[in-house]
Ligand binder design. Structure first.
Ligand code: IMP
Length: 177
């Protein structure tokens, strides 16, 4: 059970849409010479972001998903990341964009990119909708970031609190009442 809380809007749906349009332009320029870009969504939090992002990307794209999970108590930062669901397709010699919802400590994105690099993609870049730089415990930095946010627990636009609130159209901050 979760304690009672309210959600205060932090980033509006309109701001998210505008930022995604700008990011898609930069991604398109970076991968301008690609035959097909493999867009890898990290489940589950990136599912809304990836859906909006690929619809703004004027490139041939293939969409694949990977699910990584931390071990242990979800209230504790875990340094161990395990792969619950691997990609369906091969990425060797291909252009790849990994899509993450939030980079917090950075362990998830760091582990996933290290794993995918062993498969020898032609080029591998990363994008995170949100970044909490003050929480970082690794050297990882996404190639593109939507918004830098303070150390607040956020929900919405695919991101959950105990599997709730993923369907909010905006990013909101959880405030316990
Ligand atoms: P990291 O491995 O510490 O960077 O954690 C990244 C993952 O933690 C994200 O993909 C989210 O699933 C989760 N996470 C981090 N911050 C938040 C938050 O504010 N709300 C909900 N989930 C979060």
């Amino acid at each position: 059970m979760t304690k009672p809380y309210v959600i205060d809007e932090m980033i509006s749906a309109k701001s998210i849409a505008a930022r995604i349009e700008a990011l898609a332009g930069e991604i398109k320029d970076t991968f301008a010479d690609t035959d097909k870009l493999v867009v890898v969504g990290l489940l589950r939090g990136s599912f809304v972001f990836i859906a909006d992002l690929v619809r703004e990307l004027d490139l041939n794209v293939e969409v694949d998903f990977l699910e990584a999970s931390s071990y242990g108590d979800s209230m504790e930062t875990s340094r161990e990341v395990r792969i619950l669901k691997d990609l369906r397709g091969e990425i060797g010699g291909r252009d790849v964009l990994v899509v993450e919802d939030i980079v917090d400590t950075g362990f998830t994105l760091s582990h996933v990119t290290q794993l995918l690099e062993t498969r020898k993609p032609k080029r591998l870049e990363t994008i995170a909708l949100l970044d909490k730089p003050s929480r970082r415990e690794t050297n990882i930095r996404a190639t593109w970031t939507g918004f830098e946010i303070p150390d607040e627990f956020v929900v919405g636009y695919g991101i959950d609190y105990a599997q709730r609130n993923r369907n909010l159209p905006f990013i909101g901050k959880v405030r316990f009442t």
